[in-house]
Write a protein that binds this ligand. Structure first.
Ligand SMILES: Cc1ncc(COP(=O)(O)O)c(C=O)c1O
Length: 311
């Protein structure tokens, strides 16, 4: 099946009020199913938006002083890439404690984007990335550092990023489908920032919004139940700190085999190899698309690309 990958509107005409960032495409890939290509962001995912917002807010509040502050965080995932890029724009150094489970390619890419990876010796001796960050914070003075710990699981600026940026961007793009009144938003949650921010912004823009939360089979984030799984970025082992459960109407689970199957099919149909969390949500969004109408669309997010996840 050939998918429709043509945007209805040129990106430049999306009125988001942001001068410096190009909107990612919103495409109706098949009738009723709208996908937001967040994988097209600098750094390859939606997390650059949270990172940019956190960095800008902290500069505005004086907590980060370019030229003096060093950013520290524990991540080798998408937030690390976003953060490194967000900091490059202000020439702020970034130090990341990256768990040894992350691939060598990711480490090399983070360094290529400008991050300094810290605490390898500690990690090799069994310390956790959190302990590496803690140690560096405690020894900052003797290393001549003034650190700002972005702490993505506690920093609510990431919700604001999606409420004030990603969500309004989607709402502006949705005007290309003037009949739409209702949106079923199929989303996963790591921190919960993108789910909450986008859902709230679409509601504020006047859409009737139903949120379906996608989880790996066996996980139940609401009740703090987590199994080991391969869908890096969602259901990450802690209750998503920013989630507002009253926004969620339904929870659906997916198996890893279903995710792989969706990823493969979408790659062949569209030419886009998407990441695991994107494919997980797409699995559910596909199953709901048959019920869509001109007034009611299914919306999901392609969080990142899939090359990382090929083993
Ligand atoms: C690939 C991927 N998908 C989904 C998420 C979840 O995003 P959020 O933290 O906004 O809930 C993340 C978060 O890191 C991610 O990396």
């Amino acid at each position: 099946m050939t998918l429709n990958l043509i945007d209805r509107r040129p990106f430049a005409s999306v009125a988001t009020g942001r001068g410096d960032v190009t909107a990612t495409p919103l495409r109706e890939v098949r009738p009723g199913l709208l996908l937001k290509f967040e994988c097209d962001n600098p750094g390859g995912s939606h997390k650059v938006r949270a990172a940019r917002f956190i960095v800008r807010s902290a500069i505005a509040s004086g907590e980060i002083v370019p030229g003096r502050t060093t950013i520290i965080e524990k991540t080798g995932g998408n937030f690390g890439f976003g953060l490194t890029l967000a900091c490059q724009a202000h020439a702020i150094p970034v130090e990341l404690a990256v768990g040894l489970g992350f691939s060598a390619v990711k480490r090399r890419c983070l360094e290529l984007f400008g991050a300094r990876l810290i605490g390898l010796d500690m990690l090799e001796r069994g310390a956790t990335p959190r302990e590496v960050v803690q140690w560096h914070l405690e020894h900052a003075a003797e290393h001549g550092r003034s650190y700002f710990y972005t702490d993505q699981f506690r920093n609510a600026a990431s919700v604001a990023a999606h409420e004030l940026e990603t969500g309004p961007e989607i709402a502006a793009q949705l005007k290309a489908w003037p009949e739409v009144r209702e949106v079923t938003f199929v989303s996963c949650a790591g921190t919960g920032a993108s789910l909450v921010g986008i859902a709230k912004a679409l509601k504020l823009a006047g859409y009737s919004v139903t949120v379906v939360l996608v989880e790996p089979q066996g996980c139940d984030s609401r009740n703090g139940v987590f199994l080991d799984h391969k869908l890096e970025g969602m259901s990450v082992g802690v209750v998503p700190p920013f989630i507002e459960w009253n926004l969620i109407s339904e929870i659906r689970t997916v198996t890893y085999d279903e995710v792989l199957n969706t990823r493969r099919t979408f790659a062949r149909d569209s030419g886009f190899l998407v990441g695991n969390t994107a494919a997980a949500c797409l699995t559910v969004a596909n199953s709901l698309a048959a019920g869509a109408t001109a007034e009611h669309k299914i919306l999901s997010i392609l969080y990142d690309h899939g090359l990382w996840y090929l083993r």
